[in-house]
Design a protein around this ligand. Structure first.
Ligand SMILES: [Zn+2]
Length: 115
């Protein structure tokens, strides 16, 4: 009798072990899926970024600048004949030589209009 009991106990332990193993496998699968999804998302984002960059390039015929603070591509915004590079993240701006002067002239003429 005791032998039989011991055998069933071992069986139960074996079953328990199998269940735990299955759970672990499932968890591993889930994690791998998450990693894959993250990777896919990154690829899509990079593609979108590349397309946006191409579009912006043809729009202004200038290379996109990278924000020195965030290390991401800055967006080109055209205000009359001045093109300003603006960072989407820190809202930092980049002006080329002479553009500050152009902007201040624009601001001054606007000021005169208001008077
Ligand atoms: Zn930035």
């Amino acid at each position: 009798m005791a032998l039989v009991e011991g055998a069933s106990e071992a069986e139960e332990l074996q079953e328990d072990f199998e269940v735990k193993k299955m759970k672990l496998f499932k968890r591993k699968d889930k994690k791998e899926k998450e990693v894959k999804e993250k990777k896919d998302k990154k690829i899509v984002e990079e593609k979108v970024e590349a397309i946006t960059e191409k579009k912006e390039k043809t729009k202004f015929g200038e290379k996109l600048l990278t924000c020195p603070r965030c290390n991401i591509k800055m967006k080109k915004v055209k205000k009359k004949d001045v093109i300003i590079d603006i960072c989407k993240k820190c809202k930092g701006m980049w002006l080329d030589a002479g553009e500050v002067v152009k902007l201040s002239v624009m601001a001054q003429s606007k000021f005169k209009e208001d008077e």
